[in-house]
Design a protein around this ligand. Sequence first.
Ligand code: UD1
Length: 383
Amino acid sequence: MKVLVVAGARPNFMKVAPVMAALAAEGHPAVLVHTGQHYDASMSDAFFADLGLPRPDHHLGVGSASHAVQTARVMEAFEPVVRHAAPDWVVVVGDVNSTLACALVAAKLRPEIGCRVAHVEAGLRSHDWRMPEEVNRVLTDRLADLLLTPSRDAHANLAAEGIEPWRVAFVGNVMIDSLFAQLPAARALDVPRTLGLERGRYAAVTLHRPSNVDDPDALAAVFRALERVAADLPVVFPLHPRTRARAEEFGLGDRLAGVRTTLPLGYREMVSLVEGAAVVLTDSGGLQEETTALGIPCVTLREQTERPVTVAEGTNRLAPWPLSADGVYRAFRGALAEGRRAAGAVVEGWDGRAAERVAAALAEAEAAPGATTLAAAGAAAHG
Ligand code: UD1
């Protein structure tokens, strides 16, 4: 079984690392393609080092651009790589532009080279079409031959869209594989101590969604809330490049009195910071999951979440919408009052072994009769 695995942006790297390792352990070493959607050392190289990822076999170097241009660049550069590698499977993860671009290329090459597409983290839905990630998720799932879900709620979402159940398999959350694997090394780093902070006595913040950071009023409201939080507890805020650029553009650079901003952190540094926090405030999808697994109260700065299991079973709560300084601060106080829980496998399949199930699902689909492929289903439907 020849597998090609795609990674493009920061939240992809912790998902592909365990999948690459599990495939290699099963005797299927995969070809790794990095699209270059994220390229700064702090957004990419640091994660490869921390996660023990091999050097990519192909680096497409697409960089930043508008959605259309970035997606098109990935597609143009990825097509010859797939043609050359002629894999049985193209594995894409998550919901970034690289995910959709590569799924689309592979789906179009399916009749020619017989490759199939597997989507890891399939079936998550925010039901908010203003989010670029929602467009990427829905279209990637429509294109994929094998949809590998991180939580049971994803199955209802896919069924509602008419996705045939034989294309869908539950595997659990590969991101939690990386979290549990790296937790001892992250703890040993002790980032809180390096920053002069007491474990369990500070808040950690991340923010990068266009809906929060590209709108001056929304960003100003969150910054005012963070200043109030900082009056209660030290606040550490690693700044995504997009957020730093917008804060400067909107003249908000000096509006974070008492908040310690840092450059983006590496994977282990971030896990260490989060694991020691009293509360996390974030608009990241990954951090909603990681805080659930670590038992850290999380306030999500979004109107809705595509990860409802983190609210139902985990430690997550949504801040009142639309975001206001008062609403965010009150949500922070509520989360703080709730306190930390013990870390562990609180959600089914978030147990550190999801990538093994990904490798097994791929091998099973590979061995399955040809009827269970989109191409065969299409051929049958059209005689
Ligand atoms: C992307 C993903 C988002 C994910 C996020 C994690 C899409 C549509 N969005 O958003 O789902 O949660 O990554 O970070 O794919 N930049 C740098 N250095 C880098 C990368 C980006 O400076 O290495 C700056 C550039 O100015 C760029 C901006 O950040 O224009 C945004 O980068 P982009 O990859 O377009 O989207 P993200 O906001 O990072």
